[in-house]
Design a protein around this ligand. Structure first.
Ligand code: 13P
Length: 340
C-alpha cells in the first residue's frame, strides 16, 4: 500500500471509535519496531518525524525508509507525518519530499519557542492548509501550547501555562479548515510531565470534553501522551541511569480522550525509554560486546513491545485491512469538492 493521507486514517478511526498512535522516528530500527508492531496487531499507523529527526537522519534517508516500509508491509496503512512544523516553508519542504501529512504549529513563532498570537496562528495555519490541501496532504494545527521541549521545539513552560481555550479552538478550526487539532490540556513533551499521578487539576480532561462538544467533527490530537511507565524507568535506573521519579499520561485517561474525539495520540518518550533501557542492560550485562546489533536488536524489540501495547490500548489493533488507501490525487479532489 502507498503512504496514506492522515485524513483518511483519522476519518476511519472516527467511524470505528478508536485512536491511532503517532510514533516518532529518527532511524531504521524505530521504523522497523513500529511496522512490526503494526503487523503483529494488524494496525493502521502514523509515523512522524520532527524537524530534529529530519536533520538527524536526512530527509532522503527518512523518506526512502518509509517507502521501504510501505513496500515491505503492504497490508498496513501507514502515514508519514511532519511533527511540529515551525513555518509554512518547513511544511512545504515536507510536502515536496512526499510526507502525506504535516503539522503547522503556529502556536509558537518560527523560533519554535515563543508563544504566538491567535492572529498569527490562524494566518500561518490557513496558508499551510491551502498549500497542503491542493496536494491532498492533511494538516494538523495547534491551539494553546504544550509544556516542555521536544527536539528543541517548545516554549519550555509547564503544561498548564497555555491551556487551549475552547471558544478559541472553535474559532480556529472555522477560520483555518484544519483536518486535526492538537490541544493543550496539561501535558508536556518529554519524560517529566507530572510530579505525581495526574488528577483533574493537572490533566484537564474536562477541557478536552468541552472542546469535543464544541467541535464534534474535528479530529483531536493529544501530544505529550507517553505514559512513562515505572517499569521502563526502573530498567534504565537499574542499569546505571539517573531518571528522577516522574509520571506520564495514564492509559485510562487517553482512552477517555478517545471516547471524546481524540483520534491521534503522539508518543515518543515511551519509545526512547524502552530503547535506552534495553541498550543499558546489554552494556552492563555484556561489557565485552561491541557488535551494534547485540544492543540495537534488543532495543528494537523493547520498542516494538511498548508500541504493540499502545496500539492495543488505543483500539487501532485489528483495523488495518478495513480500507484501501486513498491517493493524494483523490484527496485533492475531495478537498476541492468540499470547498464548493
Ligand atoms: P511524549 O514526549 O509524551 O512522547 O510526546 C511526544 C509528542 O507529543 C510528539 O509531538
Amino acid at each position: 500500500m502507498p503512504l496514506v493521507p492522515m485524513r483518511q486514517v483519522l476519518d476511519e478511526a472516527a467511524k470505528g471509535g478508536y485512536g491511532v498512535g503517532a510514533f516518532n522516528v529518527n532511524n531504521l530500527e524505530q521504523i522497523q519496531a513500529i511496522m512490526d508492531a503494526a503487523r503483529a496487531t494488524k494496525s493502521p499507523v502514523i509515523i512522524q518525524a520532527s524537524r530534529g529527526a529530519r536533520k538527524y537522519a536526512n530527509d532522503i534517508f527518512l523518506y526512502h525508509l518509509m517507502v521501504a516500509a510501505a513496500e515491505i508491509y503492504p497490508e498496513i496503512p501507514v502515514v508519514l507525518h511532519l511533527d511540529h512544523g515551525n513555518s509554512p516553508e518547513t511544511c512545504k519542504s515536507a510536502i515536496d519530499m512526499g510526507f502525506t501529512s504535516v503539522m503547522m504549529d503556529g502556536s509558537l513563532m518560527p523560533d519554535g519557542k515563543t508563544p504566538s498570537t491567535f492572529e498569527y496562528n490562524v494566518k500561518t495555519t490557513r496558508e499551510v492548509v491551502e498549500m497542503a490541501h491542493a496536494k491532498g496532504v492533511t494538516v494538523e494545527g495547534e491551539i494553546g501550547c504544550l509544556g516542555g521541549i521536544e527536539d528543541g521545539h517548545g516554549a519550555g513552560l509547564d503544561g498548564l501555562s497555555h491551556l487551549t481555550d475552547p471558544a478559541q479552538a472553535e474559532e480556529f478550526v472555522k477560520l483555518t479548515g484544519v483536518d486535526a487539532l492538537a490541544i493543550a490540556i496539561g501535558t508536556s513533551h518529554g519524560a517529566y510531565k507530572f510530579t505525581s499521578k495526574p488528577t483533574g487539576e493537572t490533566l484537564k480532561m474536562d477541557r478536552l470534553i468541552e472542546i469535543h462538544k464544541r467541535l464534534p467533527k474535528t479530529h483531536l490530537v493529544m501530544h505529550g501522551s507517553s505514559s512513562v511507565p515505572k517499569e521502563l524507568q526502573d530498567i534504565i535506573n537499574q542499569y546505571g541511569g539517573k531518571l528522577k521519579p516522574t509520571w506520564g499520561v495514564p492509559l485510562e485517561e487517553i482512552q477517555k480522550g478517545i471516547r471524546n474525539g481524540v483520534r491521534k495520540i503522539n508518543v515518543d518518550t515511551d519509545s526512547r525509554l524502552a530503547i535506552t533501557g534495553a541498550i543499558r542492560k546489554v552494556f552492563m550485562e555484556k561489557p565485552e560486546e561491541f557488535d551494534p546489533r547485540s544492543y540495537l536488536k534488543p532495543a528494537r524489540d523493547a520498542m516494538q513491545q511498548v508500541v504493540t501495547a499502545r496500539m492495543t490500548a488505543f483500539g487501532q489493533a485489528g483495523h488495518a485491512s478495513e480500507y484501501a488507501a486513498l491517493s493524494l490525487a483523490e484527496m485533492t479532489k475531495r478537498y476541492a469538492s468540499a470547498k464548493n
